[in-house]
Design a protein. Sequence first.
Lengths: 678, 678
Amino acid sequence: MTERLVVFTPSGRRGSFADGTTVLEAARRLGVDIDSVCGGRGICGRCQVEVSEGEHAKHGITSDATHLSPVGEVERSYARERPLAGGRRLGCTARIAGDVVIDVPPESQVYRQVVRKEADAHPIEIDPVVRLYYVEVAEPDLAVGTSDLTRLREALEREWGLTRLAFDPHVVRALQRALRARGPEPRSSGAWSVTVAVHDGGAVTAIWPGFHDAAFGIAFDIGSTTVAGHLCDLRTGDVLSSAGEMNPQIRFGEDLMSRVSYVMMNPGSEKELTKVVRGCLAKLTAELARDAAVDRDDVLEITLVGNPIMHHLLLGIDPTELGGAPFALAVDEALRMRATDLGLPVNAGARAYVLPCIAGHVGADTAGVILSEGPHLADEVTLIVDVGTNAEIVLGNRRRLLAASSPTGPAFEGAQISCGQRAAPGAIERVRIDPDTLEPRVRVIGCDAWSDEPGFAGARVTGVCGSGIIEAIAELHLAGILTTDGTIDGRLAERTPRLVANERTFSYVLWAGEPELTITQNDVRQIQLAKGALYAGCRLLMDRYGIEQVDRIRLAGAFGAHIDPVRALVLGLVPDCDPAHVTSAGNAAGTGARIALLDRKARAEIEDAVRRVEKVETAVEPRFQEHFVGAMAIPHDSDPYERLSSVVALPPRSGAQTSDRDGRSRRRGRPTTSRGTA
Amino acid sequence: MTERLVVFTPSGRRGSFADGTTVLEAARRLGVDIDSVCGGRGICGRCQVEVSEGEHAKHGITSDATHLSPVGEVERSYARERPLAGGRRLGCTARIAGDVVIDVPPESQVYRQVVRKEADAHPIEIDPVVRLYYVEVAEPDLAVGTSDLTRLREALEREWGLTRLAFDPHVVRALQRALRARGPEPRSSGAWSVTVAVHDGGAVTAIWPGFHDAAFGIAFDIGSTTVAGHLCDLRTGDVLSSAGEMNPQIRFGEDLMSRVSYVMMNPGSEKELTKVVRGCLAKLTAELARDAAVDRDDVLEITLVGNPIMHHLLLGIDPTELGGAPFALAVDEALRMRATDLGLPVNAGARAYVLPCIAGHVGADTAGVILSEGPHLADEVTLIVDVGTNAEIVLGNRRRLLAASSPTGPAFEGAQISCGQRAAPGAIERVRIDPDTLEPRVRVIGCDAWSDEPGFAGARVTGVCGSGIIEAIAELHLAGILTTDGTIDGRLAERTPRLVANERTFSYVLWAGEPELTITQNDVRQIQLAKGALYAGCRLLMDRYGIEQVDRIRLAGAFGAHIDPVRALVLGLVPDCDPAHVTSAGNAAGTGARIALLDRKARAEIEDAVRRVEKVETAVEPRFQEHFVGAMAIPHDSDPYERLSSVVALPPRSGAQTSDRDGRSRRRGRPTTSRGTA
């Protein structure tokens, strides 16, 4: 029999095959990654390939479309339902008929990558934990007497090499009817064929009559304020729908600690908090499926992240222990369970994977951040900060990874600030103050224009959100209104009516409308306390690692996405760094959940990374207080912030008595980075 | 340090140990089987030992109670709550102080045997799949920051060498409180100690605060008519309570096939049949626990057997496929699931194990019979017959095992017999007919006296059950009233008024009271058909094995328990065998469930045995009909029943025209075995 030389691209694998071998068979023998659900029956269309025509000097092949067998009936039948793109062939029906170079396009590969939008983000590998397998099962035979399950096992082993499978009880129950029913048209091949979902190569979790080609998953990020979900196609990794809901636990307490207090005061009420958050997930599931026009029964996998209190409440564990020292987690390891155990309206065999927690205040959300950001994969030392009621801080690289939380309090979320509010339409999120006139410009959520631009007219202004307060205070400092030690300098009241006396302190009127929004001396103190705690936590980790500076800083979470890096540094929110290397990580926790959904290897990876994390408990570190006191100043009592200063002229260090009213020095206070001044 | 010689009995293991080593530690180092739940803390009292005092020349030791350390406070404290039998010591506190011979009594061993009442039965090994472990867990420490679960894992590994454990979700939820609660008095050692149940060495399925010493299991036998359960102590193997209930599915059909018909006629009704049988199991569970004064939450393991239709309905699988060829089981392999998946009111972590089915009509009940009877362990060839609507037949030995079912119909259960009824009080179960007077004597269920004895006076007689019909027909044959071909010989009507004409045939009045009970010619035909089918099935298996006779026959089930072996052979119910080797196996299916409950190894054993069973489908075997026709005669058309004849003088082969009225020859027809005639 004539042997033909076959080369597959992009893998470059090559081999000799007898005339008449199918392309799929040749690929399998060479270990070339080509997808197939139907096992080479011309049903699924996953194994499409293309002949690379022409002279391939490198391979010594003149490749031509005619070096594959002509299109036959199976392929024509497939193409009638789903036309094949020009030149595409089904690998399972096209046979080798000459020397040929065959290209396997990305969509025909099982293992591939999804490139992410975020800067600095590594691509997501697609290697889903659930895969579908189509098989044709022998009919029962009185003389042989094997059970339906035995014959299905035999088919799965014969066609896919799957052995030692465990079958979910609901699959055992459904088996008999699935085998005897005809699958849905047009790609049914009649009774005695089924598609099964196999979880992690070991458990059969779902079964459908005939050929079935849909498998979806949802990644959930359970925040204290918002619960968000992304529904993904497990094969392609595409996000088909996204949705968010207010966390309904809010009615038991605005922030985490008030919810824990509620449970402490009302023993047994944790059951109610568990119920409402699960209800929220169920509602989101239905919404996501509807938006993506997906059958909920085709949702086979769920991943979840959340801070430790959300994590415990999700699982039905009383969070009271997390409300006080020693902040003992009931469970920190990654958990695997039935999605229906969490009350989710998805396939009865769907599994849920909850990412691991790290420490009492460093939860599965931080594990998600690590998975998304990958500090443990890099040589450079990354500092990742996720700011909420507590700040979660991760520092390290491939050699070491440290984590801590720092008790920043809710000031960064707008709480305890006179004009503060949650980030929502109407909240001031950006602030610029002219150092000459001391007049502010602001931008609010829900409007793209600045307040001095025409498009702003009529915009509703209701309060100041966390990033707005940070910008306001940084700008007050750059404008010379706020001293290094954090005093609003009343002596400037003669230059602007925006500075108003308030008993023994001064306030700055940021918005003179209705309601009037002012930054009070107390607001500044609250932010100083919060940012001092955050800075001190970061420094503790750096001390422990033994470094004086970090290579890059990533600001995670919704808050981080809206902070201007220069102003964060001017405030001294994080240790000194080149502002060009201080960037937003976006919703890294949610992305981490999505990675764990799409790539089974990522689960082992994050579990291993979390096991290696060195936990630093700020509450028992004697140097925390020392760092905290120094960090109360703006940007810092002793740290000169040299890298920031090299791109931004900071005001001279001063108390109120040394404030410099000279215009030039005020101008020195403006940012001069190439990234512009907004 | 002084080394002492220690010998353990009954194992005979010996070794040298330093003065002060505990007996438990010495035993563990030598691999001597001593139980312990509390890990050597003097709490559980499982490790009790006794010094074998005196001169042990064989070991070269003079052993004395003083060669163990004096009784200390821990031991005294234990003994105050639970006095120690004379001379008993706690192995975990008693320390080696001299050369000593130590006896480990059976109740202190983990692995032991339960000797069974049944003749010929091998003892049950106790090696339960669930074991309890007590551990003391480190308290949370802010500086270390490990979770409760991690510290519990550490304790289980440190104290018991248990690693890679999976934790049930409900255990993860319960963990926090169990660790912080004090265990029950008096053996509590305060918070931070728990007892966990570990299933099959791999899964933590339950947790209790403090020390917990109770673990129970229930073995269920789901019959078409009766559902029976036995609640056992998983440690000792003792049956603490037994209970039975009428199978509530009876309202959907008296026998199996009528229930299948019901489901066929009423699609979807299988859900109702599943519900009622599960409800029955739940009711029995509550009853068994109450009778044994056991907390249902301490029931950790369930095993179940049943015929294929009961098996499928239990699992929620439509049994319709079992109602017609090819009689395809949906599932035959052994199944493991949560007991709560079957709706059983037991511990949330309890597991259920359903024994494997063998073929379309040979179910998990037959697997239980095999496990109980152990034909696969013996050299001799055993034939096991379990008679119901279908007869299940198993034949073989350690080399080969064959199984079949034979369609006997319900005649053996009293159905289709004019005077037939189910085995219940009032049913005639034993019959003797005097060959001279042709007068019968009977015994009924619920009365120990024969009808010609004074104790019988006033006993209610309502019908004839299966064993009664078999005895009646065998006795009619032995008395010369019934010919070899199964005709009631009307010529004897002149000798007895009990023979009455009925159109063209004769009947025999077995009971002349109210109601009058007669054996009609049609009744005889029904039994001939049934026993012919049973015999033919047995012969088919013997043909397949290639043997002409079997070494022993075991009659399983309630029916088998009441059949007199000689009369079963006279009827030709089973192939010829020495009557001394035809015995009842009792409720072997239920015993098999109990063995699977108590001995984890038995599960692998029966799964392996079932996999090796050669299934014979009587319906497709051409020789079945041939064997069936020959077996219609009494005892058989051509088989001389030589082994039966050597102990019982059978009537000469005859048709009605050759019947011998000579007294001597009639006397030859009486049994003369040493086992007596009544």
